[in-house]
Design a protein around this ligand. Structure first.
Ligand code: NAD
Length: 401
C-alpha cells in the first residue's frame, strides 16, 4: 500500500493527479452543506427509497448522490468513469470522492454500489439492471448527470466527439488563459453540421432515453419514479459559446427528450421526467469551456457579495428540498423546466456581471473578480488547497471503491 506526499500536477484546465485526503474533506463538506440546506425546510424529511445516479463521481452527479444518500436516506447505485490508483500513480479525483462517499455511507448503514465503466455502453446498463434485480431495488429517482467529450453509439459502434463551438459565425471574446492567469482574446471557428450532430449524440438526450427504456423494460422502476437530467442556459454574454452553440443544441435535444420521457413515464408508471437548469459552477466539465472561467469568476464575485452564491451541493439539496422530494411537485418554467439558476439569472446580478465584463484586464483580474476563488475551487476539485489538509504529510493513495 503506497503512502506518499501528493503535490498537484496542473496543466491549464487539467489536473493530472488527485489528493485522497482533500477529496474526502470535500465530500464531508458537501454532506454538511446538504444538511444545512435541508435544515432550512425544518422537520424530518421523507425518505427517498432507491436511487440511480449516472455520472455519480464529480460535479452535479456527486452532489446528487450525496443529497439522496445522506439527506434522504436513499439506497444508491452510481455509474461513473474514473481512473483507479496504479502503483505510485494516484486515482482520479472522482475515484477518491467515491471512496469517501462509500466509507461514510457504510458507517451510516446505507451502502452505495458503484459501477465504474462506460455509461453509454449496453454492458454497463445490463450490469446495473442485473444488480438492481438481484437486490430487489425499484428505483424512485434516476439522475442523469453525464458530461463527456466522447460517446460510442452502442447500436452502430460509431464514436462521436462533442465540440464547444459557435454556430453560423466565428465568435471572438475575452477569456482567461488558465496557465498564465492572463486575459486573452479567443476566436472560435463556427461549427459544421457534423459538429452539431456529434455534440447532440454525446450530450443530447439519446443515452438518457436508452437508460430509461432499459430500466423500464427490465421492470426496475418504482411506481411514480421521477428522472432528472441537468441543463444550463446562462446569460446572453455566453450565448454564442453555450446556449446558441453546439452544446446548446444538444441541451435543446435533452429538453425535448425530457418531454417525451415524461409522457411515457406518466403513462406507464405515474412517473415523470424533468430537466433542471442549474447554476454555473466550477467543475471539471465547465472549466474546459472557453470564456466560462472568466464568466464564473465575475459571477462568483457578485453572488458572494450578495450572499446568493451556491455550489453543487447547495443547488442539488435545494432541487430535492423544493422540487423532487417525495410528496413535492416541482415548480416549472413556461417550457416545463425546473430553474435552479434563478439566483444566477437575477436581473440585478446579471447587470452587474455585464457592467464588470468590459472592465476586466490581466492587471485587475484578481482585484475585480473572484478569479482567486475560481482557481482555489478548481484545485479543490482534485483535493488540493482544501483547508485543514496538511499536504506535507504522506497519504494512502491506494484506496478501493
Ligand atoms: P463533471 O465533469 O463534474 O461530471 C461528469 C460525470 O460524468 C463524472 O461522474 C464522470 O465520471 C461521468 N462520466 C463522464 N463520461 C462517462 C462515461 N462515458 N461513463 C460513465 N460516466 C461518465 O460535470 P458536471 O459539470 O457536473 O456536469 C454534469 C451535468 O450538469 C452536465 O449535463 C452539465 O451540462 C450539467 N450542468 C453543469 C453546469 C456547470 O456549471 N458545471 C451547470 C449547469 C448544468
Amino acid at each position: 500500500m503506497p503512502s506518499q506526499v501528493v503535490n498537484a500536477r496542473i496543466r491549464g484546465f487539467i489536473c493530472l493527479n488527485a489528493h485522497p485526503g482533500g477529496c474526502a474533506a470535500n465530500v464531508s463538506g458537501q454532506v454538511d452543506a446538504v444538511g444545512r440546506v435541508l435544515a432550512q425546510a425544518g422537520g424530518a424529511h421523507a425518505r427517498v427509497g432507491d436511487v440511480l445516479v449516472i455520472g455519480s463521481s464529480t460535479g452535479y452527479g456527486l452532489s446528487s448522490l450525496i443529497t439522496t444518500v445522506f439527506g434522504y436516506g436513499a439506497r444508491a447505485v452510481g455509474v461513473c468513469l474514473e481512473r483507479a490508483p496504479q502503483g505510485d500513480k494516484t486515482a482520479s479525483a472522482g475515484w477518491y470522492n467515491l471512496a469517501a462517499v462509500h466509507r461514510l455511507a457504510r458507517a451510516a448503514g446505507r451502502p452505495v454500489t458503484t459501477f465504474n465503466g462506460d455509461a453509454y455502453s449496453r454492458a454497463i446498463k445490463d450490469q446495473v439492471i442485473q444488480h438492481l434485480k438481484a437486490s430487489g431495488a425499484r428505483l424512485d429517482s434516476v439522475v442523469y448527470s453525464l458530461a463527456s467529450p466522447k460517446r460510442t453509439d452502442p447500436a452502430t459502434g460509431v464514436s462521436w466527439t462533442s465540440v464547444l463551438k459557435p454556430l453560423g459565425a466565428p465568435y471572438r471574446s475575452k477569456s482567461i488563459s488558465l496557465g498564465s492567469d492572463q486575459i486573452t482574446e479567443v476566436e472560435l471557428a463556427p461549427a459544421s453540421d457534423a459538429d452539431v450532430e456529434a455534440t447532440r449524440k454525446v450530450m443530447g438526450g439519446e443515452d438518457w432515453e436508452l437508460w430509461l427504456s432499459a430500466l423500464l423494460e427490465a421492470g426496475v422502476l418504482a411506481p411514480g419514479c421521477r428522472t432528472v437530467a441537468y441543463s444550463y442556459i446562462g446569460p446572453e454574454l455566453t450565448y454564442p459559446i453555450y446556449r446558441s452553440g453546439t452544446i446548446g443544441k444538444a441541451k435543446e435535444h435533452l429538453e425535448a427528450t425530457a418531454r417525451a420521457l415524461h409522457a411515457r413515464l406518466a403513462d406507464q408508471l405515474g412517473g415523470a421526467a424533468y430537466v433542471s437548469v442549474n447554476k454555473a459552477v466550477t467543475t471539471q466539465a465547465s472549466s474546459a469551456i472557453p470564456v466560462v472561467p472568466l464568466y464564473i469568476s465575475i459571477l462568483y464575485q457578485i453572488m458572494k457579495a450578495k450572499g446568493t452564491h451556491e455550489g453543487t451541493a447547495e443547488q442539488i439539496a435545494r432541487l430535492y428540498r423544493d422540487h423532487l422530494a417525495p410528496g413535492r411537485m416541482p415548480t416549472l418554467d413556461a417550457d416545463g423546466r425546473i430553474r435552479l439558476d434563478d439566483r444566477e439569472m437575477d436581473p440585478a446580478t446579471q447587470s452587474a456581471v455585464a457592467a464588470l465584463w468590459p472592465q476586466i484586464t490581466s492587471e485587475n483580474l484578481f482585484q475585480l473578480t473572484d478569479y482567486a476563488g475560481f482557481k482555489q475551487e478548481f484545485r479543490a476539485l482534485f483535493g488540493f488547497e482544501v483547508p485543514g489538509i496538511d499536504y506535507a504529510q504522506p497519504v494512502e493513495t491506494d484506496l478501493a471503491i
